[in-house]
Design a protein around this ligand. Structure first.
Ligand code: SF4
Length: 367
């Protein structure tokens, strides 16, 4: 069981078949994996590597890179050699690009085997993937379902999405290959939820979750969190991506925050901050934002509270590893492990809470 609420639990995660992407296990009870995708031209190996490093630093467990052409494929050996996290090559239609990515040592490929042509081509790709133990992610998007499936159902449907996934899975299973994960994405929450629920009733392959074209930072965060939250609460989902029209580092931050807020991921700072109200005598919003920024990307687990007044503040501040509750008259309280440790000038509290949180996180960071 999981869930961090007092006495509350989200229930069991569904047991899927475990695969490995490089050194990262996916499914079968492994921690949920955070993915994002680079936005650089993959052919520019230096720029792509810089972005992969930034994503890994923000907490991405796996990064996907688009491989749209030969130039992109040619850059892969250098990128794969230096990457700090496993990489997935995103390939559409051209099986030669899949072979090139596999030869470059890529850790995973995303391609739909039914779209790359003859059985012989599928066989060739599977052979190369099998030799290197590289899993294949079948990615079904509601917007690009096969024509005959759309015609059969009248329009794109959750059932049609699962049918499409089943068809691509069969191509791989016919070759005896089961190192598979699947994604079923739509921009519509209800359809995404239904498709993933239907799929997980029928198959035990691990699922990568996402809502496609979710939008900009704010809109996409809300939509993805709503959709993925339903599935995660069902125990469905082995990896996630939050698709945003924004810097992909934000995708990783949102994904981690979503998992942490559901008690599905640990590590890093969790900040509790009050919405402020007429009782607050300091400018809380910039304080909370600065604290959050300074505690981003921590490896060790630390709970931090920044509260605006002495009414609700002390309770939350005391429940965190370290917290502050601002008061009147330019002073406030610093809490540690539930106890007041110091009454301080308001302008000194921010520095005190940040340095204490950094110290705790570094003590708890995995060695
Ligand atoms: Fe208002 Fe105090 Fe609650 Fe913050 S903690 S919202 S300042 S009552």
């Amino acid at each position: 069981a999981y869930g961090q609420g007092e006495g509350a639990s989200l229930g069991e995660r569904r047991k899927t078949r475990q695969i490995r992407l490089g050194n990262v296990p996916i499914g079968g009870g492994a921690p949920i994996v955070v993915q994002s995708m680079t936005t650089t031209q993959t052919a520019d190996a230096a720029a792509t590597l810089a972005q992969i490093r930034a994503l890994a630093e923000a907490g991405a467990d796996v990064v996907r890179v688009a491989v749209p052409d030969k130039d992109a494929a040619a850059a892969l050996p250098a990128i794969v050699r230096a990457t700090p996290v496993p990489l997935v090559a995103d390939i559409h239609f051209d099986w030669r690009l899949a072979l090139a990515a596999l030869a470059a040592g890529i850790h995973g490929v995303r391609l739909n085997p039914g779209n790359i042509g003859s059985k012989e081509r599928v066989r060739e790709v599977v052979k190369a993937a099998r030799e290197r133990s590289v899993p294949v992610r079948i990615g079904v998007n509601a917007g690009s379902l096969e024509k005959d499936i759309v015609e059969k159902h009248g329009w794109p449907t959750a059932e049609g999405m699962v049918e499409s996934a089943a068809r691509h899975i069969r191509f791989l299973e016919d070759e005896g290959y089961r190192e598979i994960k699947v994604s079923l994405k739509a921009h519509d929450i209800a359809m995404t939820v239904k498709a993933n629920r239907l799929f997980s009733e029928r198959f035990e392959y691990p699922l990568h979750l996402g809502i496609t074209e979710a939008g900009t930072l704010m809109a996409g965060t809300v939509k993805s969190s709503a959709g993925l939250g339903i599935l995660l609460a069902d125990g469905i989902g082995d990896t996630i991506r939050i698709s945003l029209t924004a810097d992909p580092v934000e995708e990783v931050r949102v994904a981690r925050m979503l998992l942490k807020s559901m008690g599905l991921k640990f590590g890093g700072a969790t900040l509790t901050s009050c919405p402020t109200c007429g009782r607050c005598s300091v400018d809380m919003i910039p304080i909370a934002e600065r604290v959050e920024r300074r505690l981003a990307n921590l490896k060790g687990e630390v709970q931090v509270a920044v509260m605006g007044c002495e009414v609700n503040g002390p309770g939350e501040a005391a429940a965190a590893d370290v917290g502050v509750a601002y008061g009147h008259n330019g002073v406030g309280l610093l809490f540690k492990d539930g106890k007041i440790v110091k009454r301080m000038k308001a302008e000194e509290l921010e520095e005190a809470v940040v340095s204490e949180a950094l110290r705790i996180a570094s003590e708890r960071a995995p060695k």
